[in-house]
Each structure stands twice: as C-alpha cells, then as structure tokens.
Design a protein around this ligand. Structure first.
Ligand code: ATP
Ligand code: MG
Length: 237
C-alpha cells in the first residue's frame, strides 16, 4: 500500500497536521455492515519503541489495552484482528525518529512489524518525524521503498508565507485591521527563523499586547521592537 513520510524540524506543525487529519477522518460508518469504522488510527512512537510496545500502543489506541504479561504473539494477533474488524486503512505514526532509540536489532524488528501490518491489513502508513526519521525508515529497504517523502521546510519569503501571515492577522480578535509592510514580514521571518510555532507565538504575543495597550492592531513598530519572552522561549526549547 502507498505510504507517506513527512519530515520537518521541531515546531513546524507536524503533530498539528496529524491531529487535524485524524479529527477529520477518524470515524466512519460502514452502511454494509452497520458497524462503526475507524479508518484512521494514530499513535505516537514515544520513548524506546520495541515490537511489544508497538502492538501495545496500537491496542491502547483501539481502547483494548492488554496486561503487561500478554505474550507478543497474542498482542500481535489481537492488534491485527481488531484493526481488521474496525476497518483501519491508515495508520498514522508520529515521532517516528524515536525508532532510532532502539538497538539495531530492535529497529529492524519494529520496522518489520510495520511492514507486516501494512501487508497483512493492506493499510497505508503515514509517518511524521524530524529529519532523522528518514534514517529510521531506511533501516528496512522494502518498507522504505513504498514511502513517498514530503518535507515541511522552514518558511521562506514566498507568497505562501505572506498568505499565512495575512490569514493569521485576519483571524486575530482585534478591533482594527493589522496591515504590515514587507519589511515587517521579513523581520518576522528573521526572528522566528521560519518556524511555524514561533511565528504563531510571536503574532499571538503581539496581539495580546495590542489588546492590553488599547492599540487594537499589530503595528510595524511593534513587530520591529518585539523581543521573545524569555520564559516562553525556555518552555519551548
Ligand atoms: N497550523 C497551525 N495553526 C496554529 N498553530 C500552529 C500550527 N502549526 C503549528 N502551530 C503552533 O506550533 C506549535 C508546534 O506545532 P507542532 O507540535 O505540531 O510541531 P511539531 O512539528 O510536531 O514539533 P515536534 O517535532 O517538536 O513534535 C503548536 O503547539 C502550535 O502552537
Ligand atoms: Mg510533534
């Protein structure tokens, strides 16, 4: 089945894209069987993924957690049969680079399990991760071959970036419209280094300041003199 891997730096918005996709597709109703379907299931490869943990995560996401002593064959069988029953067609996995935390052998086993699930259930995989995730997936040549790759690059001074800023400004609950010069747009790119998370944070902070001071719009002067709040910077890093 065709699969896709999406790479991007931390804070580019991978998890948000994944959540949006899942929210829009996670439930369905099969009129043929009268059953509720879960066409898209999502997991986060946190910590140190092993084959056992992968199946445990799938079962937990399906609302069927297993006891810690269940053997791996049983976990695998339960996961496969439940996924079949609820008609999952897409397995979305966030933080795929964490696969690299395992030993070489563990990595191969986890990738092999993913390939098995994709084959057995004719299921597409959608993997998100930082650039290292590419290396994680390439540990299994057969699996890697079926992945299309997409990179979420940092924002550059393009029409798309301009459209992003305009749409953020337009959606701010301020009383006056904010119109920024090209110089301010460049300044935002420069201080945020093109990271989605920081662009949103900067504009949010500017909007809060505009509301508090009663200016009610984001001005070029405010953009120019904006300094990241030290506390929020520390919380992000
Ligand atoms: N489309 C968006 N709309 C609004 N805010 C966004 C959007 N994308 C990202 N953000 C902001 O950026 C923050 C980081 O985004 P997200 O957690 O999706 O990044 P990530 O790529 O998954 O990072 P990491 O690799 O660290 O997990 C979000 O908490 C949110 O504040
Ligand atoms: Mg994330």
């Amino acid at each position: 089945m065709p699969s896709i891997a999406i790479f991007g730096d931390s804070g580019m918005g991978k998890t948000m894209i994944m959540q949006r996709f899942c929210a829009e597709n996670s439930h369905g109703f099969d009129p043929n069987t009268g059953r509720e379907r879960t066409p898209v299931l999502s997991l986060q490869m946190s910590g140190h993924p092993t084959e056992r943990r992968l199946y445990a995560l799938i079962l937990a996401a399906l609302g069927a957690p297993q006891g810690p002593r269940a053997d791996i064959t049983r976990l695998e069988q339960s996961a496969v049969s439940l996924l079949k029953t609820i008609g999952t067609q897409v397995l979305v996995i966030d933080e795929v680079h964490n696969i690299l935390a395992g030993s070489h052998r563990e990595q191969r086993i986890v990738l092999n399990a993913l390939r098995f699930l994709s084959n057995e259930l004719r299921m597409s995989l959608v993997c998100f991760g930082v650039t290292d995730a590419r290396e994680a997936i390439s540990g299994d040549v057969q699996l890697a071959r079926r992945f299309d790759e997409l990179t979420l690059p940092r924002w550059l001074a393009t029409a798309q970036y301009e459209a992003l800023i305009i749409s953020i400004l337009r959606n701010m609950p301020l009383r006056e419209p904010s119109i920024l010069t090209a110089k301010s747009l460049r300044r935002i790119l420069q201080v945020t280094e093109g990271l989605t998370a920081l662009i949103f944070r900067m504009l949010n902070e500017l909007a809060i300041a505009a509301a508090k001071t009663g200016v009610e719009r984001i001005t070029d002067e405010a953009v120019e003199s904006w300094k990241p709040n030290v506390q929020t910077e520390a919380a992000f890093s």
